[in-house]
Design a binder for this molecule. Structure first.
Ligand SMILES: *[C@@H]1O[C@H](CO)[C@@H](O)[C@H](O)[C@H]1NC(C)=O
Length: 355
């Protein structure tokens, strides 16, 4: 007969064992760190914060391309999302008929030399400019939303886009960093804006009421902003913007005014989206839904797996909490994440070892 400990005694033993483990832990931990440090030192360049990416091939213009036919694409640049940005850029170049005509405008809030050199070494032939977005502009105007990532100042840079990029740029495609384009970006760039300041896919079946609080709807001095409009939800991660019209109409100030109201009264729950809806909802040009298959990151709270909506797709967007690179790394990817993986330029240490 094997000895069995009575319940209280066995839990005491477990307690003692865990205590012993905790006492040993600092030692174990420091050994592991040293080992990793040595291993990384051999494989990686001495820049631990910025991941190492493979060099993308050179993408050349097709014969039909006119060299002065520029396509301006604006994105934000943040070391946390760099892997996403790299994948997005690759996807755009890969599906473009005229990849050399695409000019990238990157907005960042902090100058990170490593990030800049990372882009240069990953895309040696890329036309790009980097601009500083002064996050002081929004610091006093951001109120807490339902997801912390939405409260980052850089998330608001799209509101200031028209004022940041050079005046000679008249139209811009703004794109988030958690998406891939699987069609020629020229088609999106060329949409007819029909005299509107902004074009984006619209979703009129979404319950628009839910984007604002009861306080907002019960106060006519605020909710009358929508009088005479039929506002629909649109996602601000994919937008074609007539930045010239934006500047002339000073839409930046119009959105800032609502951000000030929000700071005092809490009229919505999300971050940079509601100011867009307030100022432009119901007054934009609709774009085919194929250009923003969004929500692939799941909802804002749990990031559950989502499947694709039916219909043709030109752009896949992992908006929501889950990001494909994190889910792939955690070895618990959603099915849709395998559509992002082919654009991943991240060189993991195991891959480096194999090469
Ligand atoms: C839209 O949402 C509001 C607030 O949550 C709710 O009162 C209303 O019934 C909803 N409308 C529809 C058509 O579902």
């Amino acid at each position: 007969m094997s000895p069995t400990f009575p319940q209280p005694l066995s839990s005491l033993l477990i307690g003692l064992l865990s205590l012993l483990f905790l006492l040993l832990l600092p030692d174990l931990h420091s050994t592991a760190t040293t080992a990793t440090g040595i291993r990384l030192g051999v494989i990686r360049k001495p820049s631990p914060d910025v991941p190492i990416f493979r060099e993308a091939p050179a993408f050349r213009n097709g014969e039909t391309c006119a060299s002065d036919d520029k396509i301006h694409v604006a994105m934000t640049l943040d070391s946390n999302y760099l892997r996403g940005t790299m994948a997005a850029v690759l996807s755009i170049l890969q599906h473009s008929t005229c990849p050399e005509n695409v000019e990238f405008h990157f907005l960042w809030s902090r100058h990170e030399p490593d990030v800049s050199s990372s882009i240069k070494s990953t895309f040696p032939y890329l036309n790009f400019k980097v601009y500083r977005f002064n996050s002081k502009k929004v610091r006093g105007k951001i109120s807490k939303s339902i997801r912390q990532a939405l409260d980052q100042p850089l998330n608001y840079a799209r509101i200031y886009l028209a004022d940041i990029i050079p005046a000679e740029v008249k139209r811009v495609v703004y794109l988030d960093s958690d998406l891939v384009v699987v069609d020629d970006i020229k088609k999106l760039w060329e949409v007819d804006l029909e005299n509107k300041v902004l074009a984006a896919p619209e979703y009129c079946h979404a319950n628009f009421t839910t984007y604002f609080t009861g306080l907002f709807w019960s106060d006519p001095s605020m909710s009358s902003i929508f009088d005479g409009r039929k506002p629909c939800y649109f996602n601000t991660g994919v937008m074609v913007v007539d930045v010239d019209k934006w500047r002339q109409g000073d839409y930046t100030s119009k959105m800032e005014e609502w951000m000030v109201v929000q700071k005092q009264k809490r009229i919505y729950h999300l971050g940079s989206l509601p100011p867009f809806l307030l100022v432009l909802g119901g007054d934009i040009t609709g774009v085919d839904h194929r250009w923003n298959q969004h929500g692939l990151g799941g909802d804002n709270l749990e990031g559950k797996c989502r499947s694709l909506h039916p219909g043709p797709i030109s752009l896949l967007h992992w908006s929501g909490k889950g990001k494909p690179w994190l889910r792939l790394d955690s070895r618990k990817p959603c099915t849709v994440d395998h559509l992002w993986a082919p654009y991943d330029l991240y060189r993991s240490s195991t891959q480096s070892l194999e090469e």
